[in-house]
Design a protein around this ligand. Sequence first.
Ligand code: ATP
Ligand code: MG
Length: 394
Amino acid sequence: MRCAIVHYHELALKGRNRPFFEQRLVRNIRLALTDLGVRQVDPLRGRIRAMLPVEADWNVVAARLRRVFGIVNFSPARSVPLGYAHPNLAPLMAGVGHEGRPLTFKSFRVSAKRADKRFPFTSMDVEREVGAHVKELTGAKVDLTKPELTIHVELLSPQSFYSVRKEPGPGGMPVGVSGTVACLLSGGIDSPVAAARMMRRGCQTVFIHFHGRPFVSRASEEKVREIAELLTQYQFDSRLYLIPFGEIQRQIVLGAPTPLRIVLYRRMMVRIAEELARKEQCWGLVTGDSLGQVASQTPENLTVVEEAAQMPILRPLIGMDKSEITTEAQALGTFETSIEPDQDCCRLFVPPHPSTKTSLDHVRKVERHFDLIALVKQGLEQAELVEFTFPRRR
Ligand code: ATP
Ligand code: MG
């Protein structure tokens, strides 16, 4: 039988978290492969096995597994009837021989892991026996340090597995083990990367986008929908809240000194986002801020924005350079969409010289002229919810 063998980090799951972590990873792998006809995904002594139907294309399976956080590496493997109760290596040798023969390699090694200690032989015994067999079949030499091919054998009961390939996974922790957070998602390069970083640490991430309608076209909204859809490939289910912000911005413009606009917009966004985040049972807000990148991201302004929220504001990109964030956005697959031109609401009514050193006292005084509760309510009332699933489920 063909299967995928998935390995995860042992370190991350010492102690009581282990079953929870493992169950989540099993569930996420099942979701990632569901439309490929994969029905059976099971934990097997420290690894996870997904049975693959004959029609499943390995390249597609691999592309999906590369996006399941928590996976350290994975292999396309085959099973043979070999366990401690019937310790006959012949089927394993035949299988490995069959798999290895069409490949061209001058050097190889066999790496066996004995997950079931009841086996009557050690992993070294298996490495030696299978290695001798492969050497005889192919004429390749054994090289333990830099082999061209590594044959992996996993000794379990009642079935064992072998594979000639191992691919790195994305690492991190399975989405869902670290609760839910809400990410303020703009159409830019940074916030999708911030969202993905939180997903990689195990957070289910709700998206919240503020758009400039009715003063701008739907372009930024469409972009954000596309980005949310791309990010859903990493968490399988997403919720995106779209909030019309143009009218709220207009009121801020009418009632506040010009240089303070940006910080006031941000504080309003945070207040509205926090209400939605509570409703979604989130424990934190996430932004794509990186220190000093633009006027709203100076130490003073970040501090003033922070004060508008009670929940922690998480800024996973705070210490990153733009070039590092860009590289990450490219690997993530959101970069191309992020750089499409749009009319982000943040460019609406932007002052020519925004304040970079806003004081909290000043902001508080100005905010006294606004009915903040009514503005938050206005944002919440007009919020539109869009849901995404990946892969599409029938
Ligand atoms: P990005 O590339 O994510 O747009 P940026 O470098 O352009 O970030 P800003 O525009 O100052 O910086 O935005 C900082 C953060 O504020 C964003 O990363 C995002 O989390 C949040 N944000 C900004 N605009 C919006 C918006 N229209 N809707 C939701 N969140 C927003
Ligand atoms: Mg932006």
